[in-house]
Design a protein. Structure first.
Length: 304
């Protein structure tokens, strides 16, 4: 990432349930330090606003109160909810942030007093009103973990650019976005042996996200489950598979990995709509499907 005559710094902090690493380069080390601190502050704000675990977050307030009345949320939270509804609509309900109740039952999310609904609700029951207000049509429980981490990465990149970095990388546990003139090479995990790389993605000015069952798959009542759910059926992905998606924004890549996981090759139309690229790896680490959007990918994303 470093270019001739440029300074470079790298910092890492625990956020978003993972380690967030930020690299930045530019002509002035003092300015870079300020840019990186601003990027971490933006990511920390997303964490506070949208954490399922934090009782004071917007998400917790919605789960507690939004069925009975309208709740005003931060503009960033409202923006993520709006994007989540767009992904739900365009995926015919495959992507759905109202599956949190099932994840609580399987101990992927902590139990909370505000857990509501009988599982019959879905993304249609989230009503986004004017002035940042949100209400639920019926008792539901939401979790934005499948999209908010990518959104946080995007806000980190925005902060780096706004504060003078000419190139940079924000990496939140595999949700990654790079900017600047130099391509980055990102290793993709082997689903069967996640400590080893199955391949490499060449990335230039793009974001990338990967979803897999390898670290999260567990047995519940004798069958394999994972936190990757098909919102239409509530069924969990069970196979040792890895999905990597590249897009202009990390939030888009983050959400689309869940859709590709559920419907595989049938997601081609949606990927093209978002000008995204995808790689599907089976349990043996071999690619079973690769998709490039119709736009020129030679200088943006290449799976090698």
């Amino acid at each position: 990432m470093k270019t001739n005559g440029q300074k470079e710094i790298r910092r890492c902090r625990p956020l978003l349930g993972t380690l967030v690493e930020i690299q930045a380069s530019g002509p002035n080390a003092v300015d870079l330090d300020h840019a990186v601190r601003a990027a971490f502050a933006a990511i920390a704000r997303v964490h506070r606003l949208m954490s399922f675990h934090d009782q004071n977050s917007d998400v917790s307030q919605l789960n507690s109160d939004a069925f009975g009345r309208s709740v005003r949320v931060h503009p960033w939270t409202w923006r993520v909810l709006k994007s989540a509804q767009e992904f739900s609509r365009n995926s015919n309900g495959v992507f759905d942030i109202t599956m949190a109740g099932q994840l609580v039952k399987w101990n992927y999310l902590p139990k909370c007093n505000s857990l509501g609904g009988d599982g019959s609700g879905n993304w249609h029951d989230i009503v986004l009103q004017t002035n940042g207000h949100v209400r639920f049509r019926r008792p539901i429980t939401i979790d934005v973990g499948g999209i908010a981490k990518g959104f946080a990465v995007d806000r980190g990149v925005d902060a780096l650019k706004r504060n003078g970095a000419i190139a940079g990388i924000v990496n939140a546990g595999g949700d990654l976005r790079a900017f600047g003139p130099v391509s980055q090479f990102v290793h993709v995990r082997n689903p069967a042996e996640p400590t080893r790389a199955a391949g490499t993605v060449r990335l230039c000015g793009r974001a990338i996200a990967t979803s897999g069952t390898y670290f999260a798959r567990r047995k519940n009542r004798g069958r394999w489950v994972s936190p990757l759910l098909d919102g239409r059926t509530g069924r969990a992905a069970r196979e040792l598979t890895g999905v990597t998606v590249a897009a202009a924004e990390c939030m888009t890549a983050d959400a689309l990995t869940k859709v590709v996981f559920a419907v595989r090759e049938k997601a081609a139309g949606l990927l093209a709509q978002y000008r995204a690229d995808a790689l599907l790896l089976e349990g043996d680490g071999a690619p079973s499907w690769m998709f490039h959007s119709s736009c020129d990918t030679s200088d943006r994303t290449r799976f090698v």
